[in-house]
Design a protein around this ligand. Structure first.
Ligand code: TRH
Length: 387
């Protein structure tokens, strides 16, 4: 199997294109595949990969052919493996072309990541097309052997280790900061609008240790500006409030954002992809799940908490649980001042746990490796069953 088409629509935010792009790159780099990535919003893509030209119908980027997904969809020969990212609905013309291939492409619906236990029993299930001789398979990322695993480049942990050992001082200098002072906290904040923010900022302002808060430009800025009492906060701005020093960073490329996660002592992340990257960063994290109707994201939150805290001492595990719940609006959770007081006490325990967590996760194959194996098996069984 040599060729793949990945289809991605950008509804809002950056997670869908962020994940599709990571997958495209790793299929090309690590498996030598020819990959076309079809994207309906190249301007959004450009935010996480600045080399992308938003007006270009077809371009090469990092070994991947990036194609603008236009309507109507012009005829192309489908690839052997087809990924419909997050149920984005393939173009009818393309699905019709898939039926003309022998054997038909392996059609995979890449699902959202969840640590919930039902995921394992749904991973890999077939869904025959109601009218056409095609079958779509549901592929679930996840944290257990029964799922498709997590995206992880083969050299990711080595690159992070090299950065931490040799490059982190230069990184801080590139942001105009000196190396952290003894006891200082460096914290990154990537978040949706969040009612718990003001309480957290109040706690940080009164913290006995200095805190440098690094905030990539995004949806949280208006709320941050309100708390600061500074209208029109912009990239490059810096503010001091008590112990808290705030810097507004540009929204950077994915690779640059990884470096921020690797450098900080604590990362606030959101959605799906930054949550996984923060885990690979081997630093403590606070996760804001993508808000869903009827608070369905609270189940996702508790499922990941259960896995992440399994081998954590009970005091630190409780603190992490309280903090994540409060940050996600779960009723009854401790307030942010109490949570932050706890973080100061549990700082070392949380740091040690975060440092060993990636090694535990990395005992399982990466999502890309699992996906390629899965698709090759389906292709073989299809070839053998074709008369
Ligand atoms: O942007 P998100 O909120 O995406 C969300 C979720 O994925 C959610 O599951 C999905 O349903 C919804 O979108 C539509 O958060 P996420 O998943 O962390 O994606 C952010 C991407 O942006 C990730 O690939 C990292 C990248 N990024 C940068 O490249 N540069 C930056 O400066 C920052 C802050 C992020």
């Amino acid at each position: 199997m040599r060729t793949w088409d990945i289809f991605c629509t950008v509804i809002d935010n950056f997670g869908d294109i962020g994940i599709s792009w990571r997958l495209a790159r790793s299929l090309a780099h690590e498996h030598g595949m020819q990959v076309r990535l079809w994207v309906d919003d190249l301007a959004a893509f450009q935010r996480i990969r600045p080399e992308i030209q938003s007006e270009c119908d077809m371009q090469q980027c990092d070994g991947v052919t990036v194609c603008a997904w236009r309507t109507p969809f012009l005829p192309v020969v489908p690839a052997e493996g087809v990924i419909e990212a997050f149920g984005c609905a393939l173009p009818d013309e393309y699905v019709a072309a898939m039926t003309m291939q022998t054997p038909p492409p392996v059609w995979i619906n890449l699902e959202y990541l969840s640590a919930e236990s039902w995921v394992g029993s749904h991973h890999g299930l077939p869904s025959p097309h109601p009218r056409l001789p095609l079958t779509k398979y549901f592929f679930f990322p996840g944290y257990t052997d029964q799922t498709g695993g997590l995206l992880r480049e083969r050299d990711l942990l080595a690159r992070r280790a090299h950065f931490v050992q040799h490059e982190v001082d230069a990184y801080w200098q590139s942001l105009g900061l000196s190396a952290p002072a003894a006891g200082e906290w460096r914290i990154s904040l990537f978040a949706y609008e969040n009612p718990a923010l003001a309480g957290l900022l109040d706690a940080w302002r009164a913290c006995p240790e200095p805190i440098t808060l690094l905030v990539p430009e995004g949806r949280i800025l208006p709320q941050l500006a309100d708390w600061l009492g500074e209208p029109g906060v912009r990239v490059g701005d810096a503010f001091q409030r008590g112990a808290l020093h705030v810097r507004i960073l540009p929204f950077s490329s994915q690779d640059e954002y990884d470096r921020l996660l690797w450098a900080c002592d604590l990362n606030f992340v959101r959605g799906e992809d930054s949550c996984v990257r923060a885990q690979w960063a081997a630093r403590p994290l606070v996760w804001q799940a993508y808000p869903q109707a009827e608070a369905a994201h609270h189940d996702k939150l508790d499922a990941l908490l259960a896995i992440y805290t399994e081998t954590l001492a009970s005091g630190a595990a409780q603190l992490l649980t309280d903090t994540w719940r409060r940050w996600n609006g779960v009723p009854g959770a401790l307030d942010m001042a109490a949570c932050w007081a706890g973080w100061r006490v549990q700082r070392d325990a949380l740091k040690r746990h975060a440092a060993i967590w990636p090694a535990q996760l990395a005992t399982r194959p990466s999502l890309t490796d699992t996906l390629v194996g899965f698709a090759e098996n389906k292709l073989k069984s299809c070839v053998f069953s074709t008369p």
